[in-house]
Design a protein around this ligand. Structure first.
Ligand SMILES: [Fe+2]
Length: 160
């Protein structure tokens, strides 16, 4: 990886580790964002309006997280993000099962996808802190707290 020079006093080896982690999460967050938009567009059933609106709020928060993660990678001198096809390969989580539209099934899938990324990012907080990058750990903490909050909303709507 070729890192840009910066006045940030952090070893290049640490910056490389962090940039790699951040870009991996950018790919995963983008994948989950797309899956939640699929839920937003395709959900059907008695809870349509509540779920349709909720899913858009979640998707907006994931895009904010994507932007913050990518910009932290750029801040540390890395190349931020990657083309969409490469993100899809890197994300390697479960894909969205097209054809599932019933609101009660959709909200359980959304809870699963959101909790998967939320729990990954929670682990990253300790990992980046141990590497000596408190700034990234703090950013991940903020994202983690937002995702936990959003998961509460999903679980409360769906009793999932
Ligand atoms: Fe929409």
């Amino acid at each position: 990886m070729s890192l840009r020079a910066t006045r940030i006093e952090m070893p290049a080896s640490t910056r490389e580790q962090v940039v790699t982690l951040l870009n991996q999460r950018v790919a995963e967050v983008t994948d989950v964002w797309m899956q939640i938009k699929l839920a937003h567009w395709n959900v059907r059933g008695p809870h349509f309006q509540a779920y349709h609106t909720l899913f858009d709020t979640l998707a907006d928060h994931l895009l904010e997280a994507q932007d913050a993660l990518a910009e932290r990678a750029a801040t540390l001198g890395g190349e931020a993000g990657m083309p969409l096809g490469q993100m899809a390969q890197m994300a390697n989580g479960p894909t969205w099962p097209m054809g599932v539209r019933q609101d009660r099934q959709v909200i359980i899938l959304v809870a699963d996808r959101l909790s998967h990324i939320a729990n990954r990012i929670r682990q990253d907080i300790d990992e980046t802190a141990a590497w000596g990058d408190a700034g990234t750990a703090d950013l991940l903490t903020e994202i983690s707290r937002q995702l936990d909050h959003d998961l509460w909303l999903v679980e409360a709507h769906g009793e999932a």
